[in-house]
Design a protein around this ligand. Structure first.
Ligand SMILES: C[S@@+](CC[C@H](N)C(=O)[O-])C[C@H]1O[C@@H](n2cnc3c(N)ncnc32)[C@H](O)[C@@H]1O
Length: 207
C-alpha cells in the first residue's frame, strides 16, 4: 500500500509533463550521456531482441544507442511531451516516436520484443501504475525491462517543488505481484558512471 497520502490524479501529472515543467526537464537534460550505450549494447548482444518500445522515452537517451544496434524502424518510443519527441528524432533519425500517455499505448499487442521504462514508473501515481504496467506487458512479445528508483516500501520523494510527482517503490515486487508469470532474467544497478541516475533494473521474460 502507498504511504503517500492524498493521490494526485494521473491526468494532472500528464498535464505537468506535457507542459512547461516537462520542457524545463528536457532543457536540463538536452545533452545525452553517451555512456548509456555500453549497457544497451551489452544487453542487446545477449538476448534475441530485434524491436523495442520505450515508454516515456524523453529526448532519446536510451533510444539513440539502441537505434545504433537495432534497425531504426524497429525502434519505438512514446512520450507525453512533444518537444521531447522532436529532440529524440534528432538524436536517433528514423526511429518511430509518438505522442501518447503511458496508460493508453497506441499499439497492438506484442508489437515489440522488448518494452521498457527508465525513470518513468516513478512518475506514475498509485491509481494508474498497474494500468501502465499492463500496457507495457501487453505491447511486449517477450521481454519487459524496468530501471527505476528503488525503495523497499513505497515512498514519495519531493520533486522540484511538486508533490505527488515522484515515488520510489519496489518495482520488482510490484511487477511480480501483478504478473507472476514474468521471470527475472537479469537484474542490476546503474549509476552515474554508466550514464544513469542510480536506478535499479530488471529484465523480465514472458512465459
Ligand atoms: C525522467 S524522464 C526519463 C526520460 C528517459 N526515459 C530517460 O531515461 O532519459 C521521464 C519522461 O517520462 C515522460 N512521462 C512522464 N509521465 C508520462 C506519462 N504518464 N505518459 C507518457 N510519458 C510520460 C516525461 O515527459 C519524460 O520525458
Amino acid at each position: 500500500m502507498s504511504e503517500t497520502g492524498d493521490e494526485r490524479p494521473a491526468a494532472d501529472l500528464e498535464e505537468l509533463w506535457a507542459g512547461e515543467f516537462g520542457r524545463a526537464y528536457i532543457a536540463r537534460n538536452r545533452l545525452i550521456d553517451e555512456r548509456r550505450a555500453a549497457f544497451w549494447t551489452g544487453l542487446l548482444a545477449d538476448y534475441p531482441i530485434t524491436s523495442v518500445l520505450e515508454v516515456g522515452c524523453g529526448q532519446g537517451a536510451n533510444l539513440r544507442p539502441i537505434s545504433q544496434v537495432i534497425e531504426a524502424p524497429d525502434t519505438w518510443g512514446i512520450d507525453i511531451n512533444p518537444d521531447a519527441l522532436a529532440i529524440a528524432r534528432s538524436h536517433a533519425p528514423g526511429i518511430n516516436v509518438v505522442a501518447s500517455r503511458a496508460r493508453q499505448l497506441p499499439f497492438r499487442d506484442g508489437l515489440v520484443d522488448l518494452a521498457f521504462t527508465v525513470g518513468v514508473l516513478i512518475h506514475q501515481p498509485e491509481a494508474s501504475l498497474s494500468v501502465v504496467l499492463a500496457e507495457i506487458v501487453r505491447c511486449s512479445k517477450r521481454y519487459v525491462l524496468w530501471a527505476e528508483y528503488h525503495a523497499p516500501r513505497t515512498e514519495e520523494v519531493p520533486y522540484r517543488g511538486q508533490s505527488g510527482a515522484l515515488f520510489k517503490r519496489d518495482y520488482g515486487r510490484i511487477y511480480h505481484d501483478l504478473f507472476p508469470d514474468l521471470a527475472v532474467r537479469r537484474e542490476g544497478f546503474l549509476g552515474p558512471e554508466d550514464g544513469f541516475d542510480r536506478v535499479t533494473w530488471q529484465l523480465l521474460e514472458k512465459p
